[in-house]
Design a protein around this ligand. Structure first.
Ligand code: IPE
Ligand code: IPE
Ligand code: MG
Length: 241
Protein backbone atom coordinates (compact mmCIF):
# COMPACT_ATOMS: atom_id res chain seq x y z
CA UNK A 1 0.00 0.00 0.00
CA UNK A 2 1.01 3.59 0.56
CA UNK A 3 4.20 5.32 1.33
CA UNK A 4 5.30 5.03 4.92
CA UNK A 5 5.89 8.39 6.55
CA UNK A 6 7.48 9.00 9.92
CA UNK A 7 5.48 11.32 12.15
CA UNK A 8 6.73 12.31 15.61
CA UNK A 9 5.68 9.06 17.21
CA UNK A 10 3.61 7.21 14.66
CA UNK A 11 4.02 5.66 11.28
CA UNK A 12 1.09 6.12 8.96
CA UNK A 13 0.43 4.56 5.61
CA UNK A 14 -1.00 7.09 3.21
CA UNK A 15 -3.25 5.91 0.43
CA UNK A 16 -0.96 5.52 -2.55
CA UNK A 17 -3.70 6.24 -5.08
CA UNK A 18 -6.67 8.55 -4.40
CA UNK A 19 -9.47 8.92 -6.97
CA UNK A 20 -12.07 11.69 -6.79
CA UNK A 21 -15.49 12.12 -8.39
CA UNK A 22 -15.64 15.90 -8.28
CA UNK A 23 -19.41 16.39 -8.26
CA UNK A 24 -21.60 19.35 -7.38
CA UNK A 25 -20.22 22.23 -9.46
CA UNK A 26 -23.55 22.90 -11.17
CA UNK A 27 -25.57 22.92 -7.93
CA UNK A 28 -23.00 25.15 -6.24
CA UNK A 29 -23.49 27.75 -8.98
CA UNK A 30 -27.27 27.36 -9.16
CA UNK A 31 -27.55 27.80 -5.37
CA UNK A 32 -26.11 31.27 -5.83
CA UNK A 33 -28.05 32.18 -8.94
CA UNK A 34 -24.92 31.86 -11.09
CA UNK A 35 -24.50 30.06 -14.43
CA UNK A 36 -23.41 26.41 -14.02
CA UNK A 37 -20.13 27.22 -15.73
CA UNK A 38 -19.15 29.46 -12.83
CA UNK A 39 -19.31 26.37 -10.63
CA UNK A 40 -16.96 24.53 -12.99
CA UNK A 41 -14.57 27.49 -12.89
CA UNK A 42 -14.55 27.49 -9.10
CA UNK A 43 -14.06 23.72 -9.32
CA UNK A 44 -10.80 24.21 -11.21
CA UNK A 45 -9.44 26.32 -8.33
CA UNK A 46 -10.24 23.50 -5.93
CA UNK A 47 -8.48 21.04 -8.26
CA UNK A 48 -5.40 23.22 -8.03
CA UNK A 49 -5.54 23.20 -4.22
CA UNK A 50 -6.06 19.45 -3.92
CA UNK A 51 -3.34 18.66 -6.47
CA UNK A 52 -0.91 20.80 -4.54
CA UNK A 53 -1.85 19.22 -1.22
CA UNK A 54 -1.59 15.71 -2.65
CA UNK A 55 1.91 16.46 -3.89
CA UNK A 56 2.86 17.97 -0.53
CA UNK A 57 1.70 15.06 1.61
CA UNK A 58 3.23 12.47 -0.70
CA UNK A 59 0.31 10.80 -2.44
CA UNK A 60 1.69 9.03 -5.50
CA UNK A 61 -1.35 8.94 -7.80
CA UNK A 62 -4.35 11.27 -7.91
CA UNK A 63 -7.10 10.50 -10.43
CA UNK A 64 -9.75 13.16 -11.05
CA UNK A 65 -13.03 12.54 -12.88
CA UNK A 66 -13.39 15.65 -15.01
CA UNK A 67 -15.78 14.71 -17.83
CA UNK A 68 -17.61 11.44 -18.37
CA UNK A 69 -18.63 9.71 -21.59
CA UNK A 70 -22.20 10.54 -20.49
CA UNK A 71 -21.59 14.25 -19.86
CA UNK A 72 -22.05 14.94 -23.61
CA UNK A 73 -25.81 14.72 -22.84
CA UNK A 74 -25.66 18.19 -21.27
CA UNK A 75 -26.56 21.42 -23.07
CA UNK A 76 -24.24 22.45 -25.87
CA UNK A 77 -23.53 25.58 -23.88
CA UNK A 78 -22.28 23.65 -20.84
CA UNK A 79 -20.30 21.13 -22.92
CA UNK A 80 -18.59 23.85 -24.97
CA UNK A 81 -17.95 25.85 -21.82
CA UNK A 82 -16.32 22.84 -20.18
CA UNK A 83 -14.14 22.14 -23.23
CA UNK A 84 -13.02 25.78 -23.27
CA UNK A 85 -12.30 25.56 -19.55
CA UNK A 86 -10.15 22.40 -20.01
CA UNK A 87 -8.31 24.11 -22.82
CA UNK A 88 -7.68 27.26 -20.81
CA UNK A 89 -6.79 25.46 -17.55
CA UNK A 90 -4.32 23.11 -19.20
CA UNK A 91 -2.62 26.09 -20.83
CA UNK A 92 -2.68 28.15 -17.64
CA UNK A 93 -1.44 25.57 -15.14
CA UNK A 94 0.91 23.55 -17.35
CA UNK A 95 4.11 25.34 -16.35
CA UNK A 96 3.17 25.31 -12.68
CA UNK A 97 2.53 21.55 -12.79
CA UNK A 98 5.82 20.99 -14.55
CA UNK A 99 7.68 23.10 -12.00
CA UNK A 100 6.08 21.18 -9.13
CA UNK A 101 7.27 17.83 -10.48
CA UNK A 102 3.73 16.63 -11.29
CA UNK A 103 3.41 14.12 -14.10
CA UNK A 104 0.11 14.52 -15.94
CA UNK A 105 -1.67 11.82 -17.91
CA UNK A 106 -5.13 11.85 -19.44
CA UNK A 107 -7.46 8.89 -19.14
CA UNK A 108 -10.39 8.30 -21.45
CA UNK A 109 -11.36 8.15 -25.10
CA UNK A 110 -9.47 10.67 -27.20
CA UNK A 111 -11.86 10.51 -30.16
CA UNK A 112 -14.68 12.96 -29.80
CA UNK A 113 -12.68 15.65 -28.03
CA UNK A 114 -12.03 18.93 -29.89
CA UNK A 115 -8.69 19.17 -31.70
CA UNK A 116 -7.44 22.15 -29.71
CA UNK A 117 -8.11 20.38 -26.41
CA UNK A 118 -6.36 17.22 -27.67
CA UNK A 119 -3.40 19.31 -28.71
CA UNK A 120 -3.05 20.90 -25.27
CA UNK A 121 -3.52 17.51 -23.58
CA UNK A 122 -0.66 15.93 -25.56
CA UNK A 123 1.53 18.95 -24.92
CA UNK A 124 1.00 18.74 -21.18
CA UNK A 125 1.71 15.00 -21.13
CA UNK A 126 4.92 15.60 -23.07
CA UNK A 127 5.93 18.56 -20.96
CA UNK A 128 5.66 16.63 -17.70
CA UNK A 129 6.85 13.22 -18.92
CA UNK A 130 10.12 13.32 -16.98
CA UNK A 131 8.52 14.42 -13.71
CA UNK A 132 8.75 12.01 -10.79
CA UNK A 133 6.50 13.64 -8.20
CA UNK A 134 2.73 13.24 -7.98
CA UNK A 135 1.15 11.40 -10.92
CA UNK A 136 -1.99 13.33 -11.81
CA UNK A 137 -4.49 11.45 -13.96
CA UNK A 138 -7.23 13.57 -15.49
CA UNK A 139 -10.18 11.54 -16.74
CA UNK A 140 -11.75 13.42 -19.65
CA UNK A 141 -14.29 11.76 -21.97
CA UNK A 142 -13.84 8.83 -19.62
CA UNK A 143 -16.24 5.98 -18.91
CA UNK A 144 -15.33 2.77 -17.11
CA UNK A 145 -17.27 0.64 -19.58
CA UNK A 146 -15.80 2.49 -22.54
CA UNK A 147 -12.31 1.94 -21.10
CA UNK A 148 -12.97 -1.80 -20.78
CA UNK A 149 -14.24 -1.99 -24.38
CA UNK A 150 -11.18 -0.12 -25.68
CA UNK A 151 -8.94 -2.40 -23.61
CA UNK A 152 -10.57 -5.53 -25.07
CA UNK A 153 -10.17 -4.17 -28.62
CA UNK A 154 -6.46 -3.54 -28.10
CA UNK A 155 -6.02 -6.84 -26.32
CA UNK A 156 -7.61 -8.79 -29.18
CA UNK A 157 -5.45 -7.01 -31.73
CA UNK A 158 -2.22 -7.55 -29.87
CA UNK A 159 -2.73 -10.92 -28.26
CA UNK A 160 -4.78 -12.78 -30.83
CA UNK A 161 -1.89 -15.11 -31.62
CA UNK A 162 -1.16 -15.79 -27.97
CA UNK A 163 -2.77 -18.72 -26.31
CA UNK A 164 -1.96 -18.16 -22.68
CA UNK A 165 -5.00 -17.84 -20.41
CA UNK A 166 -6.54 -14.46 -19.82
CA UNK A 167 -5.68 -13.10 -16.37
CA UNK A 168 -6.58 -10.02 -14.34
CA UNK A 169 -3.07 -8.80 -14.90
CA UNK A 170 -3.42 -8.93 -18.68
CA UNK A 171 -6.65 -6.90 -18.50
CA UNK A 172 -4.94 -4.41 -16.16
CA UNK A 173 -2.17 -3.94 -18.71
CA UNK A 174 -4.60 -2.79 -21.39
CA UNK A 175 -6.56 -0.32 -19.27
CA UNK A 176 -5.87 3.43 -19.36
CA UNK A 177 -4.52 3.03 -15.82
CA UNK A 178 -2.03 0.26 -16.73
CA UNK A 179 0.83 2.31 -15.20
CA UNK A 180 -0.68 2.66 -11.74
CA UNK A 181 -2.09 0.57 -8.90
CA UNK A 182 -5.82 0.44 -8.19
CA UNK A 183 -7.16 3.33 -6.11
CA UNK A 184 -6.95 2.80 -2.34
CA UNK A 185 -9.49 5.54 -1.66
CA UNK A 186 -12.35 6.92 -3.77
CA UNK A 187 -13.87 10.22 -2.67
CA UNK A 188 -17.16 11.50 -4.09
CA UNK A 189 -18.34 15.01 -3.31
CA UNK A 190 -21.83 16.36 -4.00
CA UNK A 191 -23.89 13.90 -1.98
CA UNK A 192 -24.67 11.19 -4.57
CA UNK A 193 -23.81 7.64 -3.53
CA UNK A 194 -22.95 6.11 -6.86
CA UNK A 195 -19.89 5.57 -9.03
CA UNK A 196 -21.28 6.98 -12.31
CA UNK A 197 -19.13 4.81 -14.59
CA UNK A 198 -15.80 5.73 -12.96
CA UNK A 199 -12.94 3.20 -12.79
CA UNK A 200 -15.28 0.21 -12.73
CA UNK A 201 -12.57 -2.44 -13.00
CA UNK A 202 -10.13 -0.68 -10.70
CA UNK A 203 -12.38 -0.03 -7.68
CA UNK A 204 -13.03 -3.70 -6.87
CA UNK A 205 -11.50 -3.27 -3.39
CA UNK A 206 -11.25 0.51 -3.11
CA UNK A 207 -12.43 2.17 0.11
CA UNK A 208 -15.29 4.60 -0.61
CA UNK A 209 -15.83 7.96 1.10
CA UNK A 210 -18.80 10.22 0.40
CA UNK A 211 -19.50 13.79 1.42
CA UNK A 212 -22.45 16.13 0.91
CA UNK A 213 -20.00 18.99 0.29
CA UNK A 214 -20.22 20.32 -3.26
CA UNK A 215 -16.87 20.18 -5.08
CA UNK A 216 -16.34 23.98 -5.17
CA UNK A 217 -16.65 23.99 -1.35
CA UNK A 218 -14.29 21.04 -0.81
CA UNK A 219 -11.27 21.99 1.31
CA UNK A 220 -7.88 20.62 2.30
CA UNK A 221 -9.33 20.05 5.79
CA UNK A 222 -12.01 17.77 4.42
CA UNK A 223 -9.47 16.03 2.18
CA UNK A 224 -7.43 15.27 5.30
CA UNK A 225 -10.61 14.04 7.01
CA UNK A 226 -11.20 11.55 4.18
CA UNK A 227 -7.61 10.33 4.40
CA UNK A 228 -7.77 10.03 8.20
CA UNK A 229 -10.99 8.04 7.87
CA UNK A 230 -9.30 5.78 5.32
CA UNK A 231 -6.41 5.21 7.72
CA UNK A 232 -8.86 3.89 10.36
CA UNK A 233 -10.30 1.27 8.06
CA UNK A 234 -9.41 -2.37 8.11
CA UNK A 235 -9.00 -3.66 4.57
CA UNK A 236 -9.53 -7.37 4.19
CA UNK A 237 -9.62 -8.05 0.42
CA UNK A 238 -11.89 -11.00 1.07
CA UNK A 239 -9.63 -12.49 3.73
CA UNK A 240 -10.18 -12.37 7.47
CA UNK A 241 -7.92 -9.39 8.18
C1 IPE B 1 -19.35 17.72 -11.75
O1 IPE B 1 -20.28 18.66 -11.37
C2 IPE B 1 -18.50 18.19 -12.90
C3 IPE B 1 -18.83 17.58 -14.19
C4 IPE B 1 -19.65 16.58 -14.38
C5 IPE B 1 -18.19 18.14 -15.36
P1 IPE B 1 -21.75 18.68 -11.98
O2 IPE B 1 -21.77 19.59 -13.15
O3 IPE B 1 -22.25 17.31 -12.25
O4 IPE B 1 -22.55 19.33 -10.79
P2 IPE B 1 -24.02 18.96 -10.32
O5 IPE B 1 -24.02 17.51 -9.98
O6 IPE B 1 -24.93 19.26 -11.48
O7 IPE B 1 -24.23 19.84 -9.16
C1 IPE C 1 -19.84 12.25 -12.52
O1 IPE C 1 -20.74 13.23 -12.20
C2 IPE C 1 -18.90 12.76 -13.60
C3 IPE C 1 -17.91 13.75 -13.15
C4 IPE C 1 -17.76 14.19 -11.94
C5 IPE C 1 -17.04 14.22 -14.19
P1 IPE C 1 -22.17 13.32 -12.89
O2 IPE C 1 -22.84 14.52 -12.33
O3 IPE C 1 -22.04 13.27 -14.37
O4 IPE C 1 -22.87 11.98 -12.41
P2 IPE C 1 -24.41 11.61 -12.26
O5 IPE C 1 -25.09 12.01 -13.54
O6 IPE C 1 -24.94 12.40 -11.11
O7 IPE C 1 -24.44 10.15 -11.98
MG1 MG D 1 -23.28 15.99 -11.09
Amino acid sequence: MGEKREGNHERVELPQHVAIIMDGNGRWAENQGLPRLDGHKKGVEVVRTIVEESATIGIKFLTLYSFSTENWKRSINEVQGLMALFQESIARYGDELKAKGVRVRFLGRREGLPQDVLHNMSNLEEKTIANRGLSLNLAINYGGRDEIIRAIHRLLETEKRMFHPLTENIIHNYLDTAFCPDPDLLIRTGGEKRVSNFLLWQIAYTELWFTETLWPDFTVTEFHQAIRDFLQRRRKFGGIG
